[in-house]
Design a protein around this ligand. Structure first.
Ligand code: C5P
Length: 435
């Protein structure tokens, strides 16, 4: 695992919450990695967690007493629970069980960990881990969505073999991936102007906005894409020091500072520009809402109404799938760029996103539910489910499970979401280059 930006979490105060899942044995490794990364770590365990791993283990690894009870007079005489809640920069719960998700989603404070979560303004991150049927259950899905809306970042779960013998989503993300997520998102609240230069030296190409497919000299086929998300991505990548090229369909947004914009109208023009720029890019993000079809032939003159005819037949032909073409070229070429797609869906978000990730040969996909009011198309806010392919380990071993990890990003301004997406992509890119 690379640690190019490890310093960004040096001195970060992490309250590590451990709940009652078999993955708790990995929390010891996580505690150690956090310490090695320079974090201050304090551990709180639920009652059930202690059946899987002992407080003594975590105490030895962190060098700090481990808290297990809300009503412990001795511990409260040291650092009281409210003090502990204020102390934390981040509360990280790994593993987070279905029961803990339910209690947190309901706003309960029936043990030390849930009480701390309610009492703290810290950034909150969790890595759910449970049996796949429990994760898929509508109640758990409802709780996960509610927690994301409340501002929790949910890392994973990953899919694959489970300790109980099942196969499916519910595995806790590996400790390295969790640490990585903290590293690459810790200062996402920082204004862009103060962001670090972690993308310096990288070239990023982004497609944004709609395409317009002419039918005749005055009419076209298009869609409602505002370009806001793509422009926010360009701004975020530029703020992190990347050289950014924005291939933009017609939108009414100003070009972000420090970004080179290429204005196009049709999918064919966007395709041509993308194929030219992608091979020299480290990161290619397809955020444009490309028209799937264009008129086979745009009429030379304005199409006239025909008296007596109730209908008009237009023959449409398929446009190239730009991002799939970039991914295919990449597979045949230099290994560059890392390819990130977007998926706007109105149902079955995860299933459609997984399918698109695989079918188009992408490295990462950012899926959002456009049926949710106030989010997605045209809106200033967005929420997303991010899925990415995990690479083979250092020893060349294949990734466990289906090799796809995921993260839920809560509803937030597109500018912040863009920063989180760029950082996640940078983190994957680093892992590929320096496993
Ligand atoms: O298949 P769908 O249009 O839902 O896929 C969305 C993703 O594919 C987005 O990343 C979009 O920019 C990209 N795309 C593309 N070229 C197309 C259609 C979609 O690059 N012709």
């Amino acid at each position: 695992m690379s640690s190019p930006s490890g310093s960004r979490i040096t001195g970060h105060r992490v309250l590590l919450g451990i709940s009652a899942g078999i993955a708790a044995y990995k929390s010891a490794v996580l505690a150690r990695l956090l310490k090695q990364a320079g974090c201050e770590v304090r551990v709180v365990m639920t009652q059930g967690a202690q059946a899987f791993i002992t407080p003594l283990t975590l105490q030895a690894l962190t060098g700090e007493p481990v808290r297990t009870s809300l009503l412990d007079p001795e511990a409260e005489a040291g650092m009281g629970h409210i003090e502990l809640a204020r102390w934390a920069d981040t509360i990280l719960i790994a593993p987070a069980t279905a029961d803990l998700l339910a209690r947190l989603a309901a706003g309960m404070a029936d043990d030390l960990l849930t009480t701390l979560c309610l009492a703290s303004d810290a950034k909150k991150v969790m890595a759910p881990a449970m049996n796949q049927a429990m994760w898929r259950h509508p109640a758990t899905q409802r709780n996960a969505a509610r927690l994301a809306e409340d501002g929790w970042r949910l890392l994973g779960p990953a899919s694959g073999d489970q300790a109980c013998g099942d196969v499916g989503p519910g595995r806790m993300l590996e400790p390295e991936a969790i640490l990585d997520a903290l590293r690459f998102t810790a200062p996402e609240d920082a204004p862009a102007a103060t962001a670090s230069q972690e993308a310096a030296g990288l070239t990023v190409t982004i497609t944004a906005g709609p395409t317009q497919e002419p039918l005749d000299p005055v009419r076209y086929l298009s869609n409602h894409s505002s370009g806001k998300m793509g422009y926010a991505l360009a701004e975020a990548a530029a703020a992190l020091g990347a050289t950014v090229r924005l291939i933009s369909g017609p939108v009414s947004l100003p070009c972000p500072e420090g970004v080179e914009r290429l204005e196009v109208e049709t999918a064919l023009e966007m395709h041509e520009a993308a194929m030219q720029l992608a091979p020299a890019s480290d990161l290619f993000i397809g955020c444009a809402a490309v028209a799937d079809y264009r008129a086979e032939r745009a009429a030379e003159h304005k199409i006239k109404k025909v008296e007596g005819e109730e209908g008009l037949t237009l023959r449409l032909v398929k446009n190239p799938d730009i991002i799939a073409a970039v991914a295919t070229e990449r597979a045949a070429g230099t290994g560059r760029p890392f390819v990130v797609g977007f998926a706007a869906e109105t149902r079955d978000l995860e299933a459609y996103a997984r399918d698109k990730l695989t079918r188009k040969g992408l490295d990462m996909i950012v899926a959002n539910d456009v049926s949710r009011p106030g989010l997605g198309f045209g809106a200033d806010d967005n929420a997303a489910l991010v899925l990415w392919r995990r690479e083979a380990g250092q020893d060349g071993a294949l990734p466990k499970g289906d090799g796809i990890d995921q993260e839920m990003l809560a509803p937030q301004p597109k500018s912040r979401l863009a920063m989180a997406v760029i950082r996640r992509a940078l983190s994957c890119l680093q892992d590929r280059r320096h496993p």
